[in-house]
Design a protein around this ligand. Structure first.
Ligand code: PGA
Length: 252
């Protein structure tokens, strides 16, 4: 069976002190939970401090991005080896904000996913359509292309989590309905089945992101192909985030 996963993407929020306080509250609140994984993705500046807090606990550390080289003259970038050095076991790749503001293409996402997994980081690869693409009825074309190109050349999915995050649902308060989300999750799993075979597709975790709260997670997580959540805004408040984790773990 697939294990659930709930990841908090803190984006460009929280000082080191704020990050430490939030990580402590989440670590304490999530202690004893079983059958799944809680992941925190603070900004780069707080990774080492949050690692100190969660070390020895089941909570895992993620970065929000990386550059797909070990080291070199790439001013302003951070390598997967550096992320591992500060305690990361996960990295978010291809978030829609990276695609939109920093012009990341599917081919960049692919390079990063390949490099991250080669370095034994678990890549949380984000995909999702815009509202205009949904209105035009091309959601599956867009998401299919993002998944296929993003995974191009990957021999297996062992260190890959896919996050379906419709762009129109991110930070807007406009969450996808459980049926809308399930439809795309089911489509992605079907695509993985064709590309990697049944057992790999069944084992790969596909999580939903976009305006998830503790009030709407229950109906989403009840869907067959939704294995957890990637949470932005609601991950910045310990009680909200813990509520999402509790509902996920009791449903799965
Ligand atoms: P949101 O962000 O929960 O604030 O909508 C989700 C994300 O960007 O991963």
């Amino acid at each position: 069976m697939r294990q659930w996963i709930v990841a908090g993407n803190w984006k460009m929020h929280n000082t080191v002190a704020e990050s430490i306080a939030l990580a402590k509250a989440i670590k304490e609140g999530a202690a004893g939970l079983q059958g799944g994984t809680v992941v925190l993705a603070p900004p780069f500046t707080a990774l080492a401090s949050v690692h100190q807090v969660i070390q020895g606990s089941p909570v895992c550390l993620a970065a929000q991005n990386m550059y797909p080289e070990d080291k070199g003259a790439f001013t302003g970038e951070v390598s997967p080896l550096m992320l591992k050095d500060v305690g990361c076991s996960y990295v978010i790749i291809g978030h829609s904000e990276r695609r939109k503001y920093f012009l990341e293409q599917d081919t960049d996402v692919n390079r990063k996913v390949k490099k991250a997994t080669a370095c034994e980081l678990i890549a949380v690869m984000c995909v999702g359509e815009t509202d205009e693409e949904r209105d035009r009825g091309i959601t599956q074309d867009i998401v299919g292309r993002q998944v296929q190109t993003g995974l191009s050349g990957m021999e297996n999915l062992e260190n890959v989590v896919i996050a379906y995050e419709p762009v129109w649902a991110i930070g807007t308060g406009k969450v996808a309905t459980p049926a809308q989300a399930q439809e795309v999750h089911g489509f992605i799993r079907g695509l993985l089945r064709r590309l990697y075979g049944g057992p790999a597709a069944e084992q790969t975790r596909i999580i939903y992101g976009g305006s998830v709260t503790r009030d709407n997670i229950g109906d989403l997580i009840a869907m067959e192909d939704i294995d957890g959540a990637l949470v932005g805004g609601a991950s910045l408040k310990a009680d909200q985030f813990l509520g999402i984790i509790e509902k996920t773990s009791s449903a799965k």
